[in-house]
Design a protein around this ligand. Sequence first.
Ligand code: 2PG
Ligand code: MG
Length: 426
Amino acid sequence: MSVKIRSVVAREILASDGSPTVECRATLDNGIIGTASVPYGVSAGAHEACMLLDGNRNRYNGKGMQKACANVNSQIAKKLAGQPVENFSKIDQLMITLDGTPNKKRLGGNAILSVSLAVARAAAASKKLPLYTWIRKTFGLKYPSWSLPKPMMVVIEGGKHADDSTDMQEFLFSVHGAPSIAEAVRWGEESYQSLKRVLKTQGLNTNVGNEGAYAPSGLSSNESPLALMVEAITKAGFRPGRDISISLDPAASEFYDKHSHTYILKREGKGLTSAQMVGLYQEWIRKYPILTLEDGLAEDDWDGWAHLYKAIGGSVRVIGDDLTVTNVLRVKKAIQKKAINAVLIKLNQIGTLSETIDTVRLGQQHGFWQVVSHRGGGETNDPFLVDVAVAVNAEYIKVGPARGERVAKYNRLMAIEQELSARPHA
Ligand code: 2PG
Ligand code: MG
């Protein structure tokens, strides 16, 4: 007998920056309940699914999400009541069709995703399966075994995520040499703490930005974090490049000037062309143990990306984030342009679980790494992204390293590791 959706109810909750976001509770006709919430980004890409905001300046500076909640509680609730949860893709498809726009701007990507995730969680609970197992089964994903995602931790942040820090948004530790995930998390966190001591020794402050990473003011250049990070890894007792490497997410769309077609690096007082940016990254890759480069160029600088990939794709993973926005159409274009060999995955960039899995599948068919990511601005304590990353054997999760809403993800990942070691054939 199939299990059907009885109701979906959305409400505003607060995200990590103190502005509202959407939480949905899905109830099935067997009484099982699933709850999930959606995050949002501060440096969101222009091609992401629409986050529907109320726009009422008298409430949360226009950032309320009552309209998105109302769309769930009226139109979506009506459409989904009585739908069997076994056919999960149909549920997402019904919402996509009901919305009827290419970027979900009528009902809101935030409204639709909250329902997609809450129903998924209820469906998994109803089958008495861990969420990650349910996702793997439901989408017919076949892998020889479980291979857990490793931690990619933001340790210095700037750009839109902090004031008076680097122009580039994120400098990260990617931990790949550890014997287990719990150990990898420890190595990453100890290196993050070690970086604090290194910064203090240099007379730099250790205030943190949106994602719990240090955001020291007064850094002399965008390159300066790299040497500090290598020192921190070494002083923590690990081998740079062997145990822990460096990842970069400049989020270059944020400092690209469309009029002059240059990338404005205020720290250096310079404007660089796309080709000069590629040259800069090549130089850094020669000097530091860099594993991945995400959004090294702006989201529509396609020719620049092709050039970038040609120059460095043989030695590092070139990740699309704002470029590809977890969207099959954008990933297809990136494949055709030979622009990337890795994809950042953010559920709210596309707005349903099914479409997220489609994007992962396409990337994996091309041998691309999958990095499932938190959002910089408004995260919640919901660790849903971790279950997705586990279900698809993603190479990394980009999260953290500190603040409750971030460590919730690592705590979930470590719990899954324990669970799977107890029953590896789950
Ligand atoms: C990014 C993210 C997450 P935001 O660019 O990868 O770190 O930032 O959520 O602000 O877009
Ligand atoms: Mg990014």
